[in-house]
Design a protein around this ligand. Structure first.
Ligand code: ATP
Ligand code: MG
Length: 407
């Protein structure tokens, strides 16, 4: 038997109400902020991710599904920011009046070790806001994330915040960090040894216990916890915190929060749940002011976030499948099929028994799948009427066929 691939899952009909709920709420909440949906292709040129996500990241180095076609290297998107930025540039969206607010949803692909909350094909819903360098945009993007989660009924979540500074002030920090870590270099995991040269900030992100112990040493912590960001970056961060305070958004500062992607500057944030075990992040985001220019566009500041929809789904209470409005109970297949079409034209969701079983069997089925049974017996057909049975209350009445009210 051919089975579903490791790290991938079917989303079965029973789960669909939950997915429709998450998608509808995204549209509803993000629209309130003036965001418009965008859909970009599932595969893009490999180079887009190498340049856009960064070739020092795990995503690009280990996790991409890359293949060749007609001598082109293509990759299934591991995230959607790079694709949205490509589209922003390609479609000249910098000419639109800022801010340009876009949101997306869809499948992403990463070759990682599958475990609870971690798949190889998973779904993200996310937002990108282009064109605003002021911290008002940071506050608004965080608000969009928090309010979306609230709309899903998720309140028990923690927002973590950090500022990575700008390339200038970060350079000084990186140098200091490397200095204090250097004596321990040989004790670090192979990944950290590579990060030490290529992207020292990512050292702080390491999940290996031995590395974490080293980074907990007082002289290293002193550097990590120091306020290294320059005055302008500090001003930006302070204003953001002021806005969040005024909006009653709870957050905590986490100086270890550096985010997996290379392109972030200034604000980075994550939203975590205490009910998810070790894969506890539902949302990751940050500012990426240099990415649009790096990918060949006009210099355009931007900030966004992405949420893992499987992780959201596991936090939301099951949604009940909606019942059909009506099930037609009738032993005359021709009448039944005509009547069903009439009802559907009127906007009523309905089915009838395609195998023409006995009346009682049809009624049993009706009470399982529908809110109302619409009974078309010989008498009803002759008089152009129908008997409506409310399957919750068992109330029953006979009405004209053109006067059906299923409230
Ligand atoms: P993690 O630390 O969990 O690997 P990440 O930093 O790689 O997360 P991002 O690239 O920021 O994650 O993606 C944003 C969100 O997408 C995450 O917070 C998570 O909810 C979800 N996500 C990321 N990778 C996966 C995956 N393999 N399976 C399911 N959800 C994922
Ligand atoms: Mg990851």
């Amino acid at each position: 038997m051919i089975k579903v691939q490791k790290g991938t899952k079917d989303i079965l009909p029973a789960e669909m109400p939950l997915w429709h709920f998450m998608e509808a709420k995204a549209d509803e909440v993000f629209s309130k902020y003036g965001a418009k949906e965008i859909r970009t292709p599932i595969f893009e040129a490999t180079e887009l991710f190498a340049r856009g996500v960064g070739d020092t990241t795990d995503i690009v180095n280990k996790e991409m599904y890359t293949f060749e076609k007609s001598e082109r290297s293509l990759t299934l998107r591991p995230e959607n920011t790079a694709g949205v930025v490509r589209s922003f540039i390609e479609n000249g969206m910098h000419r639109l009046s800022a801010p340009v607010k876009l949101w997306y949803k869809g499948p992403m692909f990463r070759y990682e070790r599958p475990q609870a909350g971690r798949q190889r094909q998973f779904h993200q819903v996310g937002v990108e806001v282009f064109g605003i360098k002021q911290p008002t945009a940071d506050a608004e993007v965080i608000l969009m994330a928090v309010n979306y989660l609230k709309a899903l009924g998720l309140n028990d979540l923690a927002v973590e915040l950090n500022s990575l500074g700008c390339p200038e002030c970060r350079e000084v920090f990186k140098t200091k960090l490397k200095e204090v870590i250097k004596p321990h270099l040989s004790e670090l995991c192979p990944d950290c040894q590579a990060r030490y040269e290529k992207n020292p900030l990512r050292l702080l992100d390491c999940k290996v216990e031995e590395c974490k112990e080293i980074y907990a040493k007082p002289e290293i912590q002193a550097v990590i916890q120091s306020d290294f960001i320059c005055e302008e970056c500090a001003d930006h961060f302070n204003k953001l915190k002021e806005y969040l305070n005024a909006l009653n958004i709870n957050y905590s500062i986490n100086k270890l929060l550096v985010r997996g992607l290379d392109y972030y500057n200034r604000t980075v944030f994550e939203i975590k749940s205490n009910n998810l075990g070790s894969q506890n992040a539902v949302c990751g985001g940050g500012r990426y002011d240099s990415l649009v220019k790096n990918l060949g566009g006009e210099d355009t500041p931007a900030i966004g976030f992405a949420m893992g929809m499987e992780r959201l789904a596991s936090l939301i209470r099951e949604k009940e499948d909606k019942k059909l409005d009506a099930f037609i109970v009738c032993n005359n297949p021709l009448e039944a099929v005509k009547f069903a079409e009439e009802l559907r034209q009127q906007g009523i969701n309905c089915e009838f028994d395609l195998t023409n079983k006995k009346f009682v069997k049809q009624l049993e089925k009706a009470s399982k799948v529908a809110r109302f049974a619409l009974i078309l017996g010989e008498d009803e057909i002759a008089s152009n009427q129908v008997t409506i049975k409310n399957l919750e209350t068992s109330e029953q009445k006979t009405v004209e066929r053109n006067n059906i009210d299923l409230q």
